[in-house]
Design a protein around this ligand. Structure first.
Ligand SMILES: [Fe+2]
Ligand SMILES: [Fe+2]
Length: 297
C-alpha cells in the first residue's frame, strides 16, 4: 500500500566554475571533506539501490510499483549528478581513486553474496540513514552552509530534499515484500550493522584522505568539529533506526523539516514559495546565476 505523497521526477543541472574549489565551504572545510566523502559513495551505492529495488517491482501491487519507479528515477538522477561532481574531486585528490575502487568491490561483494531480501533491507536502512542526514543537515544548515559555493550547496540541498520526499519508498517496498515473513526484524538489524560499518569506513577513509591532502590532519579544531558533528548525527540516526524496527512504523509518521518543502517548491518554480529570514534557501541566488542553464526539467 502506498501511503506517502507522490514523488516528483526532476533533472536539475549543476555547473561548476573552472576554478571550483573542492573545499566549497571555506568556513568549515572539514564539512566539505565529509560531504565530499559521502558524494564519492553515491555512484556506487545508488545504482545498487536501484538494481535491488527494481528486482522486486514485479512483486508489488500497481500503485506501489508506480511510486517505486519514481523513487528509482530520483536515485538515478542523484548518482548521475554526483558522478559529475566527483570527477572534480578525484582530479584534485587522486588518492580518492583507490578508495572508490575498494568501495565498488565491497558493495559488489555484498550484492553478490547476500540474498535479494537482505539487500532490500540494506536499501531500507540506507534510506533511513539518508533521511536522518537530511534532518541533521537542516538543523545545522547555518553552521555548515553559510558562505558555501552556491552550485555545490544546491547539489546537496536538492539531494537531501529528495531524500526527504522519498523517505517512505524503500520502507514501503521492504514491508510489502517482508510483511508475512519471519525474522524480518532480525534481517533489518543485521542490515543496519552491515550498512553502518560500510558507511562509517568509507566516509572515514574519504574524509581522512581529503583532510590529509588539505594539510589539516594535525589540526585539533578539524577533528573536534568532525567529532561533534558525528555525535550529533549519531543521535538523530540511532533514534530513526530504532523507530524503523517497530512493526507499525511508517516514515510518514515523522515530521519533516519544512525547509526542504520550501526549497523544492522554489526549485519547481512555485511563485508562492518565497522563503525569507531563517528559511532563506539561498536557492534564488543560484537559480539566477548566469552559469545556471536550467534548474529543472
Ligand atoms: Fe539519493
Ligand atoms: Fe534515497
Amino acid at each position: 500500500m502506498v501511503r506517502s505523497a507522490p514523488i516528483t521526477r526532476r533533472r536539475p543541472r549543476f555547473e561548476y566554475p573552472d576554478d571550483f574549489d573542492p573545499m566549497w565551504t571555506p568556513a568549515r572545510p572539514e564539512f566539505a571533506c565529509a560531504a565530499n566523502a559521502v558524494s564519492l559513495m553515491m555512484p556506487t551505492i545508488e545504482p545498487y539501490f536501484v538494481r535491488t529495488v527494481t528486482g522486486f517491482v514485479p512483486e508489488l501491487e500497481p500503485a506501489l510499483a508506480r511510486s517505486t519507479e519514481d523513487y528509482v528515477a530520483q536515485e538515478r538522477a542523484h548518482h548521475g549528478a554526483h558522478h559529475r561532481f566527483n570527477r572534480l574531486l578525484t582530479a584534485r585528490y587522486p588518492r580518492l581513486g583507490p578508495v572508490e575502487r575498494l568501495l565498488g568491490r565491497s558493495y559488489g561483494a555484498l550484492e553478490r553474496l547476500a540474498s535479494p531480501r537482505f539487500n532490500l533491507a540494506v536499501v531500507a536502512v540506507s534510506e533511513t540513514m539518508a533521511y536522518s542526514a537530511a534532518r541533521w543537515a537542516a538543523d545545522h544548515r547555518r553552521e555548515l552552509f553559510d558562505g558555501a559555493d552556491p552550485a555545490a550547496a544546491a547539489l546537496y540541498w536538492w539531494h537531501l530534499a529528495e531524500e526527504v520526499e522519498h523517505k517512505a519508498s524503500a520502507h514501503e517496498v521492504h514491508r510489502a515484500i517482508e510483511a508475512d515473513r519471519r525474522w524480518w526484524r532480525l534481517r533489518l538489524v543485521a542490515a543496519m550493522a552491515v550498512s553502518l560499518a560500510l558507511v562509517m569506513v568509507f566516509v572515514a577513509l574519504g574524509t581522512a584522505t581529503m583532510v590529509a591532502a588539505e594539510r589539516r590532519l594535525h589540526h585539533p579544531l578539524a577533528w573536534s568539529r568532525l567529532l561533534r558533528w558525528s555525535v550529533t548525527f549519531a543521535f538523530e540516526l540511532l533514534a530513526n533506526l530504532a523507530l524503523s524496527l517497530r512493526a507499525g512504523h511508517h516514515p510518514d509518521d515523522l515530521t519533516d523539516p519544512l525547509w526542504y518543502e520550501v526549497w523544492l517548491r522554489q526549485l519547481d518554480g512555485d511563485p508562492d514559495a518565497e522563503p525569507d529570514g531563517d528559511r532563506d534557501t539561498g536557492l534564488d541566488g543560484w537559480l539566477a546565476a548566469p552559469d545556471q542553464p536550467a534548474a529543472a526539467s
